[in-house]
Unconditional design. Structure first.
Length: 398
C-alpha cells in the first residue's frame, strides 16, 4: 500500500512553456520552467494518474505537448532499447520504436540506455547504450537519421555504456562524441544528422554538456578528464580551464550570470569559477559538496545537491556548508519555485524548502519501489518518475 501525503495546492500554470525537453529540463539546470511554485503541503494526496512497466533504463522522462517520452529497454527477443511515446494524461502508448540492441551493464548496476533524449516540436533524439545516435519523428516514431558513434567517429565505448545526454539548441544537436583526431565534441544538424563541426580531444565519458548564455553569447561547456572547454555555437573555443579534479559525472552547472559550478566525489569535492571576457578565475573549492552523478540545483545564491548519500546546501558565494541531511541514499533532485523535489534511491519523493536556514521537509510519499537512480521530471503540473522497472505520473496541479 502506498501512503500519499502530497498537496496539490499552490501550483499555477502561468508559464505556457511547460515542457521538460532535455536532460535536467529546458535550461539543463534542474529547474522547472513553470512559474508557479508549491506554496503549501496539506494532507491530501496527489492523484496518481498512471503507472506502467517500462523495463530497464536510466534516462529521464522528457515531455512536450502533452506527451511523455521514455527511453528504456525490453528483454524480449534477445533484448532491445526503445523510445515510447505515452499520453501524459492517460499513460496510453501512442507509438513505440526499437532503437538498438539492449545494453547489458557489466557490473550489475542496471541495464538499458543511460542517456536522456532531447525533443522539440517535430523530432526526438536519443543515444543508445552502444552509442547509436538516432533522430525520430515525434508524430509516429519513424526514424529520420542515425549516426553510429563507434563506426563513424571511432569512439571507444565507456565501461558503463554511452551515457552523455545530447544538448539541443537552435538548429544544432551538440554532444560528446569522444572520437580521435579532434572529434571529441560534435555539433550535428538536428534535421539531417550532418556534422556541422567537430572539435577537441578526449574520450567519451559520462558527463553531459551544459549551456550558458554569457553576455548574449551562447556557450556549450564540456567537462572532459581534467579540463573544462567552452565552445560557441560556431565551434570556436572561447575558453578552457584546468580543473582541480578529474572526470566529473555530474553535469557542470551554469550559475547566472557568469559562473560555473563543478562537482564530483574527490578530495576537492567541488569548485566555482567566474569568467570575465573569457578569462577564468576560480572563486573557491569545497569538499562539502561531492556530486556522484546527480547534478546540483541553484536557487537564490545557494546550491542544493546530493553529496555522496547526503542532501546538502552550500553557499554559491563561498562554498560554505549550511546544512546536510541523510536519508536519501544516492538520490536526485529538481527544483520548482522555492521547493526542492527530491527522489531517494528507494523511490520516496520528498518536498524540501529551498532555504539555507535549515533543512525543512514538508512531506513525502512512496512514488516507486526499488532502486531509483533517475531524477524526476516536472512539466504541465505533472511529476514523472521512473526506475529500472516502472514509470509513474502524479498530478500536482489542477
Amino acid at each position: 500500500m502506498i501512503l500519499l501525503i502530497f498537496s496539490t495546492a499552490g501550483f499555477s500554470q502561468e508559464n505556457k512553456n511547460t515542457n521538460w525537453s532535455q536532460f535536467r529540463g529546458n535550461l539543463r539546470n534542474g529547474a522547472s520552467s513553470e512559474t508557479g511554485s508549491i506554496q503549501t503541503w496539506a494532507e491530501t494526496s496527489p492523484q496518481l494518474l498512471w503507472i506502467k512497466d517500462v523495463g530497464n533504463g536510466f534516462p529521464e522522462v522528457t515531455i512536450a505537448a502533452g506527451v511523455a517520452y521514455i527511453f528504456s529497454s525490453d528483454s524480449l527477443e534477445g533484448g532491445y532499447e526503445y523510445i515510447e511515446a505515452i499520453d501524459a494524461e492517460t499513460g496510453k502508448t501512442r507509438w513505440k520504436t526499437k532503437i538498438d540492441s539492449m545494453y547489458f551493464e557489466v557490473d550489475g548496476w542496471g541495464h538499458g540506455p543511460r542517456s536522456t533524449p532531447a525533443i522539440d516540436e517535430a523530432m526526438i533524439w536519443c543515444l543508445s547504450g552502444f552509442g547509436k545516435l538516432t533522430a525520430l519523428s515525434v508524430k509516429d516514431g519513424s526514424k529520420i537519421w542515425t549516426v553510429d558513434l563507434p563506426k563513424e567517429f571511432g569512439t571507444t565505448q565507456p565501461r558503463w555504456g554511452f551515457s552523455s545526454s545530447p544538448l539541443l539548441i537552435e538548429n544544432l544537436l551538440i554532444m560528446e562524441t569522444g572520437g580521435p583526431e579532434e572529434r571529441a565534441f560534435t555539433a550535428f544538424d538536428k534535421k539531417t544528422g550532418k556534422t556541422i563541426w567537430s572539435k577537441g580531444i578526449g574520450p567519451a565519458f559520462y558527463s553531459s554538456p551544459a549551456i550558458a548564455d554569457i553576455n548574449n553569447q551562447k556557450q556549450v561547456v564540456f567537462a572532459s578528464d581534467t579540463m573544462l572547454y567552452a565552445y560557441n555555437l560556431s565551434g570556436n573555443l572561447e575558453w578552457a580551464y584546468k580543473m582541480p579534479l578529474r572526470s566529473p559525472t555530474a553535469m557542470p552547472l551554469f550559475v547566472t550570470p557568469d559562473k560555473f559550478f563543478v562537482s564530483t566525489i574527490s578530495d576537492t569535492g567541488s569548485f566555482m569559477i567566474r569568467f570575465d571576457n573569457n578569462k577564468v578565475s576560480r572563486l573557491w573549492s569545497s569538499p562539502a559538496m561531492q556530486n556522484e552523478w546527480s547534478t546540483s540545483c541553484c536557487y537564490n545564491g545557494y546550491l542544493y545537491g546530493m553529496s555522496k548519500t547526503k542532501l546538502v546546501c552550500i553557499s554559491a558565494e563561498t562554498g560554505e556548508m549550511k546544512w546536510g541531511q541523510r536519508g536519501f541514499g544516492k538520490g536526485s533532485l529538481i527544483i520548482s519555485g522555492n521547493k526542492l523535489i527530491v527522489l531517494s534511491d528507494q523511490g520516496v519523493i520528498s518536498l524540501i524548502e529551498a532555504s539555507p536556514e535549515k533543512f525543512t521537509k514538508i512531506g513525502s510519499f512512496q512514488a516507486l519501489k526499488g532502486k531509483s537512480w533517475t531524477a524526476p521530471s516536472f512539466a504541465d503540473g505533472k511529476l514523472f518518475v521512473r526506475n529500472l522497472s516502472n514509470m509513474s505520473c502524479f498530478k500536482l496541479s489542477n
